[in-house]
Design a protein around this ligand. Structure first.
Ligand SMILES: *[C@@H]1O[C@H](CO)[C@@H](O)[C@H](O)[C@H]1NC(C)=O
Ligand SMILES: *[C@@H]1O[C@H](CO)[C@@H](O)[C@H](O)[C@H]1NC(C)=O
Ligand SMILES: *[C@@H]1O[C@H](CO)[C@@H](O)[C@H](O)[C@H]1NC(C)=O
Ligand SMILES: *[C@@H]1O[C@H](CO)[C@@H](O)[C@H](O)[C@H]1NC(C)=O
Length: 210
């Protein structure tokens, strides 16, 4: 009698330890950082007022990270602008920046990802954090949008602390991004071990000056 209850206690203790370690292993991030950048590709018809609104970030604050822009609403299309974002450890699982977006008539998760947020996220990644079925998204409701981000990796290099989440465009590759950012290709690859720069789509993290 005593022996079996002792055994039961041992099994219970073992169970608690296993649970503890599993939870520990599964929490993949502990803290984020105050500042990261979202590289927003400005399509035809977009403007700073709109970008300021969807990211809930003031225009002067956005302009601070874009010295190439003169001010006003006249931003060049087919160019990128850096939008400052916070980068948080979400669900103890990944680094991301949460956004509330109010749906417009005709929005789909895919359209919101590709057009509104310029591929800074994707359909799947939006659907995951909203309970509306993809074909039943009401108009004018707040939905969750998450933009992935990074705060760097000290094991790769301590010299870079500010990173842009950068959606690749079909015309871009490792070389072009290396030239544009003045970051050596090898370093870009090491900061993005899982990314395929030649795919012309998907997110990469590019170290930014600052
Ligand atoms: C700014 O862009 C939004 C979204 O594309 C558009 O609805 C709005 O009319 C534009 N505003 C100006 C002044 O161009
Ligand atoms: C987002 O990606 C889609 C598909 O690759 C592309 O057609 C679209 O132009 C991209 N949007 C922006 C703003 O770059
Ligand atoms: C964001 O990061 C998560 C975790 O690494 C990944 O599963 C997801 O596909 C990423 N989302 C995008 C849009 O790349
Ligand atoms: C957005 O995320 C919050 C927090 O996780 C959740 O409570 C809310 O239901 C989500 N919104 C939708 C539309 O799923």
């Amino acid at each position: 009698m005593n022996k079996t209850s002792n055994r039961k206690r041992h099994i219970l203790q073992l169970g608690i330890w296993v649970l503890f370690f599993t939870v520990k292993i599964e929490s993949k991030c502990t803290k984020g950082c105050d500042l990261a950048l979202a590289s927003y590709y400005v399509a035809q018809g977009s403007n700073l007022t709109y970008i300021s609104k969807i990211f809930s970030q003031s225009i002067p604050e956005i302009l601070r990270y874009n010295p190439q822009i003169w001010g006003g609403d006249g931003i060049e299309t087919e160019a990128r602008i850096n939008v400052p974002i916070s980068c948080l450890c979400l669900n103890s699982d990944f680094l991301g920046h949460p956004i509330k977006y109010q749906t417009q008539v005709g929005d789909t998760y895919g359209k919101i990802a590709q057009e509104v947020f310029a591929n800074l996220t994707d359909e799947y990644w939006i659907q995951r954090v909203n309970w509306f079925e993809a074909d039943q998204i009401p108009d004018f409701v707040d939905i969750n949008v998450t933009v992935n981000c990074t705060c760097g990796n000290r094991q790769v290099s301590k010299n870079y602390g500010l990173f842009a989440t950068y959606p690749l465009r079909p015309e871009e590759d490792l070389q072009s991004i290396s030239i544009e950012s003045s970051v050596p290709t090898m370093l870009l690859e090491r900061f993005n071990p899982k990314s395929d720069f030649s795919a012309g789509l998907g997110l990469v993290f590019v170290p930014a000056k600052g």
